[in-house]
Design a protein around this ligand. Sequence first.
Ligand code: EPU
Length: 432
Amino acid sequence: MTKYVINGGNPLHGEVEISGAKNAAVAIIPAALLVDGVCRIENIPQISDVTTFLNILKQMGASVQLVDKRTIDIDCTGVGTTQATFSLMQRLRASYYLIGALLARFGTADVAMPGGCNFGGVRPIDQHVKGFNALGAEIGLTNGILNARAAGGKLRGASIILDVVSVGATVNIMLGATLAEGNTVIENAAREPHIVDLANFLNSMGADIRGAGTNVIKIRGVEKLRGGFYSIIPDQIEAGTYMAAVAGAGGRVVIKDVIPKHLECIYGKLREMGVTILELEDSIVVQRLKPLLRTHIKTLPYPGFPTDMQPQLSAILSLAEGTSTVTEGVWDNRFGYVDELTKMGANIRVIGRTAIIEGTSYLTGASTKAGDLRAGAALVIAGLCAHGQTEIEGISYIERGYEKMISKLSALGADIKTVYVPEESSVMQEVV
Ligand code: EPU
């Protein structure tokens, strides 16, 4: 077993480069199935969710070539199966994007029910199914496998009004509609930066998608897409996580290679907490000069405050002066990390969808366990701020979505390392 060990208390100083966006990459990689020819994709993040997805495509017959550490060529011309390896799919939430991509290309798909982070509640896919039904496909579920079949072997454009704003359903319908016959309109669509990035990728390969970034997306189906080049946007949540880490641990860090507009809702809250933020063209300077102030947060779909930053902000609010509240407005339950922060001395009560956080003057290192990706990020931040040593198990969750977190934080002055603990022993060995 490997775990992270952090000796807290070091302020962070220097520069950190932000990687490509995880949630854009996991939508764009399956979109390559729609393309005739080679897609060169730049700014690919080196995270395990991307590796898993590329392995799924390879096992389906795609050619995936590494051009350099951030650039890949994907050619799905050789894909001849509509079935992917179910065990790999179950490791990944975004594997359900294969339904839209395979239905678009072959009119049929057999995909395992998706895995991914579990926040403690259900993660329904009824809006995906509603969208595919409107496009003329039937979806069945047999022994955990989703079987999708387009009537007449081809999807047909339709008007779809989503009942809830869903990133996944918006992406899946966009994938399906790109090669469908006729026009599709998605109303109440998600507006996240990765939705716009997927539309830009598809349009650069010959699709006709308008309105991405607003809540009405219009797609005119085209016959085929051709190969091309595309560079993935920077990861808004990775950038926000480092911003929160500096706000909590103190210091001054330049967060490089970002799109500041995507971070406005995050740094707006950090400014309310007394953190100094300077916005430059493609970087943000974060500095904490005084104690953190309380604030109130409610997560909402973009452009609201992102749910994927909620645990990280709760971690630093547990050190702010006064009482803060954090209300989860996207997921039914996303407070699984609270018990772990409590072990470190945080004073947090959860009532329904709201966490009430009484600020405390310090946290203390403890043995903790990450239950999902962003919960893990919150524990890392808490460990950086805490007195003494923090151990974090469950780091495979963190590595699904954060590229080289240990080396990026170490370069900023954090005392953090990965250690290997042999199963039968309590002796820890540093992983090199
Ligand atoms: N929902 C439904 N029915 C559906 C789909 C969603 O009721 O068919 C509900 C969900 O239960 C939730 C809300 O709609 O209450 C939003 O869910 P959404 O579909 O937008 O989430 P997702 O596509 O499954 C993506 C990200 C998540 C992020 C959410 C919200 C990916 C791969 N995942 O999930 O990212 O929390 O959008 O922004 O893009 C993460 O990166 O840590 C992460 C969990």
